[in-house]
Design a protein around this ligand. Structure first.
Ligand code: DGL
Length: 274
């Protein structure tokens, strides 16, 4: 792109996910970059992404990124492992602002493991992603990985059924075979799953470490903002929320997870997915 481009550092950060999962990243961002304005988009009408094709996910990511850029965002956090794996290279190629992605934290888990067995719970699409396969090749050669696709968990979380008999049943089904293999690290490879940590802790034997990549993503966001001189120095900030699904449903879950009162807007589909 020709010409010199000046970004107003008070511009917001865009954060998006297929639904409410990215709020686990959003909450870390509010701690690590508390000075920033943020616009959160939940593509709830299209959740879950984990069972969709790469092409579908990329079209949605492109449409949401266009919307966030039109709102003036200076940087976008793709707060979704599935979307990162399927689309981040395309987004970085097509847009001129920085993108931060989320990937299963295989490297720290492999380093920390003493038993040599690491469990990963992620969506089926994340396991297929080239980023994920590459990280395994790079960082997890020395350990045995035990993968489980958390089919059905995202839908339960989206519906506020975090602590429910169904979530316990599915989690036991996915996690117990890894426990039997001797894992001492469990990588949460989907940004929805940190909301299940209290239930996961009850199921797992003591001593298994649960790894949520959100704090590392928030730190990386701060680093990129600093490198670009993008940290908000205006002293003014605001948070905005959009959903492509039901405002009522999203507001209810947002209030439950984040407390307080929030105004949620409808994501209008001028955001076409072509
Ligand atoms: N929160 C997501 C992730 O990190 C999306 C899961 C989904 O929509 O299936 O992968």
């Amino acid at each position: 792109m020709a010409g010199i481009f000046f970004m107003d550092n008070s511009a917001p950060i865009g954060v998006f996910d297929s639904g409410i999962g990215g709020l686990s990243v959003f909450r870390e961002l509010t701690k690590v970059v508390p000075e920033e304005s943020m616009i959160y988009v939940a593509d709830s009408a299209n959740a879950p992404y984990g069972t969709k094709s790469r092409r579908f996910i990329t079209n949605r990511c492109r449409a949401i990124s266009r919307f966030l850029v039109a709102q003036g965002c200076k940087l976008i956090v793709v707060a979704c492992n599935t979307a990162t794996g399927a689309s981040i290279s395309t987004l970085r190629r097509e847009f001129s602002i920085p993108f931060i992605g989320v990937e299963p934290a295989v490297k720290p888990a492999a380093i920390a493991s003493k038993t040599g067995h690491v469990g990963i719970l992620a969506t089926a699409q994340t396991f297929k992603g080239e980023h994920f396969r590459r990280s395994i090749g790079l960082y997890a050669k020395s350990v045995n990985l035990h993968e489980a696709a958390g089919t059905g968990l995202v839908e339960l979380i989206e519906n506020g059924m975090i602590d429910s008999p169904e979530s316990r049943r599915l989690l036991s089904q996915y996690l117990m075979p890894m426990v039997d293999q001797g894992i001492d690290q469990l990588v949460l490879g989907c940004t929805h799953y940190p909301f299940l940590i209290p239930v996961i802790r009850e199921i797992l034997p003591a001593g298994i470490q649960i790894i949520d990549p959100a704090p590392a993503v928030a730190r990386q966001t701060r680093k990129v903002l600093e490198q670009n001189n993008y940290l908000n120095s205006s002293g003014v900030k605001r948070q905005q929320f959009y959903t492509s699904g039901s405002i009522e449903k999203f507001t209810k879950v947002l209030t439950k997870l984040a407390g307080g009162e929030w105004a949620v807007n409808q994501l209008v589909e001028s955001v076409s997915s072509d």
